[in-house]
Design a binder for this molecule. Structure first.
Ligand code: SAH
Length: 230
């Protein structure tokens, strides 16, 4: 039976999701709150992890191993690398990588450690579902590569390096770690992000200005995916 996890990194990213439900059960675990709801007969667990790869891994693992979730959706905001992505635009990750993982001193490629892989691919059926939502509701959705690292990138040079090294279209701080966890535990996942900034020198200001509106766009789209998920 389907039990769905919906994750964000920040409170602002899950607030517009939780707002859809009236009967919410809150469970505290590992310094975090997990919000359990039922929607159209589907059990859903919602949580925000806190920012960064470590907290995101902890939350994803908890949702799967403790709460028994067997599908995971991530909703949040990201910085754009691909110049065709504008504020508010939605990107769904085809695959994700860790841009700050570096043992290149031993001849390995960026983003790689033995036993791992540079890229983790998202679930094809969930991407298909996202494209259906996009087509049916006429909401623009871009497929692309998302690069994750424990840095808020507000620097043109770093952004371009990440773009060139990983062919990435957007960057953020949680997606790839969630992907690693889901891949290892055999849980299909989808990472959706709405653009809050362009990871350049104005990124901090742009992020503060557009966090709420972009997080809402992502959450609204995710709710449409939830309505169709099987
Ligand atoms: N303003 C927050 C910090 C936000 S960090 C505070 O002070 O607490 C940025 C968050 O949004 C991360 O969760 C990350 O996944 C995403 N994000 C958006 N734009 C980003 C960028 N340019 N670089 C890295 N992460 C970005």
């Amino acid at each position: 039976m389907l039990k769905l996890a919906i994750m964000g990194a920040m409170q602002e990213e899950i607030e517009p999701l939780i707002a859809n439900f009236s009967d919410v059960k809150v469970t505290e675990f590992a310094n975090n709150k997990y919000y359990e709801v039922n929607f159209n007969g589907i059990d859903i667990v919602i949580a925000y992890s806190k920012i960064g790869k470590v907290f995101a891994s902890l939350t994803a693992t908890t949702m799967i191993e403790k709460f028994g979730c067997n599908k995971l959706l991530f909703s949040g905001v990201a910085g754009a690398i691909n110049p065709s992505l504008k504020i508010g635009d939605l990107i769904v990750a085809t695959k994700l990588c860790q841009h700050d993982l570096d043992i290149t001193a031993f001849g390995h490629p960026y983003g790689y450690v033995p036993g791992g892989a540079v890229y983790i691919e998202s679930d094809k059926e969930l991407i298909e579902l996202a494209n259906e939502v996009s087509n049916d509701l006429n909401i623009k959705l871009t497929e692309g590569i998302i690069a994750t690292g424990d840095q808020f990138v507000a620097n043109e040079e770093r952004k371009n390096w990440i773009g060139n090294t990983f062919k990435a279209d957007a960057l953020e701080m949680e997606g790839a770690s969630v992907a690693v966890v889901c891949n290892a535990l055999d849980v299909p996942f989808l990472i959706l992000r709405s653009i809050s900034d362009s990871a350049d020198m104005d990124a901090g200001f742009s992020f503060d200005e557009f966090l709420k509106s972009s997080a809402l766009r992502s959450a609204e789209f995710i709710m449409e995916v939830v309505k169709r998920v099987k």
